[in-house]
Design a protein around this ligand. Structure first.
Ligand code: SAM
Length: 220
């Protein structure tokens, strides 16, 4: 599992926990690592992405891959109980962000939930050149809370809950283990330690610089 996905699943799993969605769409899900982490049987688990390499990994993992843009989802209205939009928005241009969030809202069923994660504009990994990292990640610094609220509102969604994550400890650990590769040996041990750090971060995210929003279609 990719280190970023470990961290995101730690916080996502805590939020989804009691909702038990059965039909989940992961928009911008790359290799489907997040979907594959759900232990409960899913009736429908689809990964949508524009990256064919990621999708072929998702297929090997037993998920249904669909190569499409999140801005034009090839699914009927109300087809899913949950839509994931995890760390995708800052890979998109502002106008595409509007389209993607609107499409996510369209394919949600009446009581369905959108799970959206995003780093804050202040997000920084210690001892790293952030300009270089954004280039490497093919992304831009995250969106402000005001912008996220605006995107959700325009798509007819209300925030029902939110969690903060990616605190000091998680950022320092990620930077050392995976960016600077320190220590340079013991990858399995580092991943095991990282899982612990991610679990801790999902509960006590001191100095958090990312958030997970859970939103639902407005009913009035
Ligand atoms: C940072 S990765 C996040 C991967 C995964 N959601 C996770 O949390 O581990 C961003 C993903 O968004 C995908 N993406 C970028 N533009 C997209 C678009 N218009 N439609 C669907 N996916 C897109 C990229 O190919 C990439 O796999």
């Amino acid at each position: 599992m990719r280190p970023g996905s470990v961290l995101r699943f730690a916080v996502l799993g805590r939020s989804v926990g009691t909702d038990r969605p059965r039909r989940i769409l992961d928009v911008g899900g790359y290799d489907g690592t997040l979907l594959a982490s759900f232990r409960a049987p899913l009736a429908r688990a689809i990964v949508v992405d524009i990256d064919a390499a990621g999708l072929s990994l998702a297929q090997r993992g037993g998920l249904l891959p669909t190569c499409a843009s999140g801005a034009a989802l090839p699914f009927p209205d109300g087809a899913f109980d949950a839509v994931l939009l995890m760390d995708v928005l800052n890979a998109l241009s502002p106008s595409l962000q509007d389209d993607v969030v609107r499409e996510a809202a369209r394919v949600l069923c009446r009581d369905g939930r959108l799970y959206l994660s995003n780093v804050d504009p202040t997000f920084r990994l210690p001892f790293c050149d952030m300009a270089q990292l954004w280039k490497l990640w093919r992304a831009r610094p995250g969106e402000s809370w005001v912008r996220l609220a605006q995107l959700l509102d325009a798509a007819g969604l209300d925030v029902v809950s939110q969690r903060s994550f990616y605190g000091y400890l998680a950022r320092l650990t990620y930077a050392c283990f995976f960016h600077h590769n320190l220590p340079s040996r013991g990858h399995r041990l580092k991943l095991a330690a990282w899982r612990r750090v991610a679990g801790f971060d999902a509960r006590w995210p001191m100095g958090a610089q990312a958030r997970l929003l859970v939103a639902q279609r407005r009913t009035d």
